[in-house]
Design a protein. Sequence first.
Length: 175
Amino acid sequence: MLVAGSGQVQLEDRKNLAYVKAVIHETQRLANILKFCSLTCQQGSTVFPLLTSVLYDETEWENPHSFHPAHFLDTEGRFVKRDAFMPFSAGRRSCLVEALARMELFMFFSTLLQNFRFTPEPGVSEEDLDLTASQSPQTMCCTTLKRHALLNSSLSLFFFCVTLTLGFFFFFRLT
């Protein structure tokens, strides 16, 4: 996958990088970073919607429990918005800085893909990788690449995205 040629990634590149956008969206859909315990809510409690029911809905997603960026691509490889994709919540309580978050995710992720290759550490296969919501995710190896290099491993890419998403979550939660 070529990321924005040899120049620095620009926000305008989003329209030409449908697969990058699809990977970001699929990572946000699949990587449920918040646990919600089943508790009885008292009257007057503040309740937050649990979006897992939508993000893993079998009537909305072809492979709801698998990393599948094609969920966000049409038959010609163009990016497609999905109504069932709501990682920033919905309605009046949705994230106020969603547009900024989407822009930052795209710029940061695209720049990393353009300059590095992410693989499991030596001795660990992609099948051994697992999702984690801890602040100390599994170790990934980062190798600098020459410009125009390809990123071959979609599973390694997925776990890197999850790690990145969790890092953003914990950073903004702590600030």
